[in-house]
Design a protein around this ligand. Sequence first.
Ligand SMILES: Cc1cc2nc3c(=O)[nH]c(=O)nc-3n(C[C@H](O)[C@H](O)[C@H](O)COP(=O)(O)OP(=O)(O)OC[C@H]3O[C@@H](n4cnc5c(N)ncnc54)[C@H](O)[C@@H]3O)c2cc1C
Length: 570
Amino acid sequence: MAYRAPVSDYAFILDHVVDYARVASTARFSEADRDVVAAIIDEAAKLSNDVMAPLDRGGDLTPARLENGGVISSPGFADAFAQIAEGGWIGMLAEPDNGGMGLPLTLASVVNEMMSGACLSLALEPLMCQGQIEALEHHACDEIKALYLPKLVSGEWCGTMNLTESGAGSDVGALRTKATRNDDGSYDITGQKIYITWGDNDFSGNICHLVLARLPDGGEGTKGISLFLVPKFLPDADGEAGDANSLSVVSLEHKLGIHGSPTCVMDYNGAKGWLVGNEHEGMKCMFTMMNNARLGVGMQGVGVAEAATQKAHAYAMDRVQGRTPLGADGTGAIIDHADVRRMLAVMRADTYVARCISLACGVALDLGRDDPEWQARGAFLIPIAKAFGTDIGHEVAQLGVQVHGGMGFIEETGAAQYARDARITSIYEGTNGIQAMDLVARKLMDGGDAANALLDEIEAFAEAARASLPELAGPVWSAAETLREGLEAVLALDLNDRFAGATAFLRAFARVLGGYYHLKSALAEGEAGTRTRLARFYILRMLPEYTSLLVQARLGASDLYALTTEDLLA
Ligand SMILES: Cc1cc2nc3c(=O)[nH]c(=O)nc-3n(C[C@H](O)[C@H](O)[C@H](O)COP(=O)(O)OP(=O)(O)OC[C@H]3O[C@@H](n4cnc5c(N)ncnc54)[C@H](O)[C@@H]3O)c2cc1C
């Protein structure tokens, strides 16, 4: 079955779950009203369904390859990228002064989810460009902005992010790429970067690399790092792509998934670059765009989860195996077996939760542009949106394989591709372990205020919902209250003890948020229908997982370190 963007789900969640109307009521986003939102979702859905989704399989079967030092992209990708650019989707978030649409992040996140569900490998290219545009808008000097932004926003030129080196992954501060100053204000960049997504392509006139490097007087660690814009072709006097810069693609990685996305080893050999932001403040610049980038990756997970669920559902409706308990009252296919129905319900319910968390995070970040309390809410939700969204992408895609039985393990159904493609999302843009540590460390530096404000909101809503949906509201209220106790316990731990339970704590928080969003959906539905039935499934079967997770979150690290490294081999 071909991917279909879940358009009605977006509209429902925006209206009834995450209160998008608040965003549209701000002066900044007043133009992104209901009608505009509907039109944007519709157009993006057409592009995703009709242009991008048909390319997904081909990207897997005919990966990007390196020929004569240049990337040859998968069949159809160049044309589809041109259509993405033509539709203005690359500049969705860019300021209108720079040729962008200036859309709220919430809406851009919806579009990013659809594109990722349709064809993750290709969707990564516009996402990389979005990140670069944001970095330049915030930190580049006027000259660089004037030269690069219009071409990046239009899609004429593309952008990449170069942080990772062989000795510097999660620990970016360990990087060794060097920068030296030139007399003309430019810099020479020398070093090797690995795993660079879309480090080259065969469809844009230039590729602009944002590269983290250290100046000779840059100190050790993250504080001594600067950010540079290093184009593949140096702009000539007219601002057009001119002479080739001293950089090359050394090789492409052979990967588990996202075969259509070229993952490049890049060599910079005295390549000319220009400073973005101030010297030694490169990490500060990266932090500006981290929220959007992390939310974007969270949406990748949600997109693949949606696509995997649709495919599994179609297969389960068709595949006949054994006698089902529903007999003539059912479909006769495996979807009528209780265990298959359980898997599909888990897939649907968790995809929904991950989508709601991400869009709630988008709303908080949009409102947070002018309001510190919302900003704190957004900052708190970011690691949850990234880690839970991508964990769910992976888990749901694995369940999709299971629903297919043996055919899930056979490539031709495409179920396995989702499982392979989704796997990377919990690793890049800060592994999910690092996200969880961020949640229990930096995001609790306010003493738990942002977390408690969210729990207050959940409890107040659940309390009010008791009258109409007592069976669902009660467990959600209790979960929020128990999570509050868990939060207090985590706050009392020292840092490494918190880290030992960080992943469990993040998951517990996501589970409780899921209860809240499903409850809200059931209540908004009024007459008990699909959303109420799904809410019941989630709240009664899946929400209770938070209790065991909270046990782990409070345990501390001593039992982990009591296990010796030899024990782990025994
Ligand atoms: C397909 C692909 C595309 C990518 N695209 C890009 C890109 O475009 N640009 C770019 O710059 N990079 C990119 N990356 C790199 C990616 O961001 C890194 O792989 C990621 O940050 C993890 O770094 P690492 O691979 O060195 O793993 P490591 O840092 O070695 O981590 C290994 C394990 O140790 C854990 N760990 C590490 N440090 C800690 C700690 N302090 N506390 C607890 N646990 C820890 C990690 O969570 C992980 O489980 C890409 C990677 C891949 C595979």
